[in-house]
Design a protein around this ligand. Structure first.
Ligand code: PGA
Length: 255
């Protein structure tokens, strides 16, 4: 394992939080705290905050992402936003397949794969989320569940395109619950994902892929998780809503 071969990425997932004024305050507070970051810093905001985030982060080291995109370029999909629309705004990243989308909005491995394809075609960087439920973990099918999610989402993705994909391992039982996977539990799954990528794309591509952990990562537990050999960053929900907390995680990833 050679962590030096890949970029560490700390990404905030704001979910459905922050109005425009709050977004402005948070970003203004965050920028000076992370300006010396030794890792990549991304904030994924609700669609309504993207323009504000892009304007405020211009010329800084903080990149902006969306939390989802549709698979079609345009058309009769009321309420949806396409990948080219995000690209045109100047957005660089997009989260795809978050467990809340899978749980509440009917997202399937099939629709995740279509969204990944659309995002790549538009030149967006993808943060692809995978993760097992508590029931799946207890039934001892974590490995199988994750392997199916990864394989289906990456169907048709070439080794060249894989460079534009970050995988975020987010155990569903750890999201927003305050229950974090232990450092070892998280690393075990990240390692398994990397082995799978090795089989699908070869060792070199697997070694170069950033694999994050997400699920109640915070200022206190980040250092331990990020010290693991296969954890290359984090996707941060709750703790990304407070600038000092998010900045502390960025600092832990910068070491
Ligand atoms: P959490 O969310 O950090 O609040 O658990 C992580 C995520 O859902 O991406």
């Amino acid at each position: 394992m050679n962590k030096a071969k890949r970029r560490a990425v700390i990404a905030g997932n704001w979910k459905m939080n922050k109005n425009r004024a709050e977004a402005k305050t948070l970003i203004t507070e965050l920028l000076p705290l992370v300006k010396e970051a030794g890792c990549e810093v991304v904030i994924c905001t609700p669609y309504t905050n993207l323009e504000t985030a892009l304007a405020l982060t211009e010329g800084s080291n903080v990149k902006v992402g969306a939390e989802n995109c549709h698979w079609a370029e345009s058309g009769a999909f009321t309420g949806e936003i396409s990948a080219p629309m995000l690209k045109e705004l100047g957005v660089q990243y997009v989260i795809i397949g978050h467990s809340e989308r899978r749980q509440y909005f009917g997202e399937t491995d099939g629709t995740v794969a279509k969204r990944v394809r659309a995002a790549l075609e538009s030149g967006l960087e993808v943060i692809l989320c995978v993760g097992e439920t508590l029931e799946q973990r207890e039934a001892d099918i974590t490995g199988e569940t994750i392997a199916i999610q990864v394989k289906k989402a990456l169907a048709g993705v070439t080794a060249e395109e894989l460079r534009h994909i970050i995988i975020a391992y987010e155990p569903v039982w750890a999201i927003g619950t305050g229950k974090t996977a232990t450092d070892e539990q998280a690393n075990e799954v990240n390692h398994m994902i990397r082995e799978l990528l090795g089989k699908l794309y070869g060792e070199e591509a697997a070694e170069a892929t950033t694999i994050q952990y997400g699920g109640s990562m915070n200022a206190k537990n980040a250092a331990g998780l990020l010290a693991q050999p296969d954890i290359d960053g984090g996707l941060i929900g709750g703790a990304s809503l407070k600038a000092p907390d998010f900045a502390a995680i960025v600092e832990a990833a910068s070491k």
